[in-house]
Design a protein around this ligand. Structure first.
Ligand code: CA
Length: 224
């Protein structure tokens, strides 16, 4: 079960949130002070934090800064006032998201879920293509497509370098030779052809993974 730490000194609100997030399947730790929160972070391997900005023994902004010295754990900050200044400050201090009080618990749940998911999954997107690198999944127009390991690496390399011409040599180096394999450079065009069959509407006239004659290949975003 993923552990979530809720740091909020308003006891009713904290207990309400503990209840709401437990019902979502999280193991929830509650802290009403900075000191208690430090203890929770020391002892438990938390996945994310909901942090109130006004606490009895310190403020959330300072505590956030303190956490960021040692950890990139996702933090959603609850700001007391609907003030732009607080929001800017929160983002500058490295919080991942924030909400102003009063807030809707349903929206807070959705944002926390999203925050934790983004942390877990590295996603590359371009037009109708979406790659989840952590889950090794590729979708085209929302439908999963099957790629070989090499095709997957190739597509990730292109989506990570959209709009740049990648030469055959660069591709060889990135996909094959990094692992100490030395291969014929035909392997690049063979695999590009295979990949195009899976991701292009008309693989003979590719619109996404294009050839730049004499130079290499380039990934073009789908025209809107
Ligand atoms: Ca408070």
């Amino acid at each position: 079960m993923e552990k979530l730490l809720i740091i909020e000194d308003d006891r009713d609100l904290r207990e309400g949130l503990e209840f709401a997030f437990s019902a979502e399947g999280y193991e929830v730790l509650g802290a009403g002070s900075v000191e208690k929160a430090r203890g929770c972070l020391r002892e438990a391997d938390c996945k994310g934090i909901i942090l109130d900005c006004g606490l009895p023994d310190g403020n959330g902004f300072d505590f956030c800064q303190e956490i960021r010295h040692t950890s990139e754990i996702p933090i959603l900050m609850l700001t007391a006032r609907d003030s732009e200044l607080d929001e800017v400050k929160a983002l500058e201090l490295g919080v991942n998201d924030y909400m102003s009080k009063p807030f809707s618990v349903a929206v807070l749940k959705a944002r926390v879920k999203k925050m934790l998911k983004t942390q877990d999954h590295v996603v590359l997107e371009s037009g109708v293509m979406r790659m989840d690198l952590s889950a090794c999944k590729v979708e085209k127009e929302g439908k999963e497509i099957e790629l070989s390991a090499i095709e997957f690496k190739l597509l990730a390399y292109f989506l990570g370098n959209k709009g740049l011409i990648l030469s055959k040599e660069q591709i060889l180096e990135q996909i094959w030779e990094k692992d100490g394999q030395f291969v014929d450079d035909n392997i690049v065009s063979v695999n590009i052809t295979r990949l195009r069959k899976k991701i292009e509407e008309d693989p003979k006239h590719p619109q996404r993974l294009k050839t730049v004659h004499g130079m290499g290949y380039i990934w073009k975003e789908d025209a809107l």
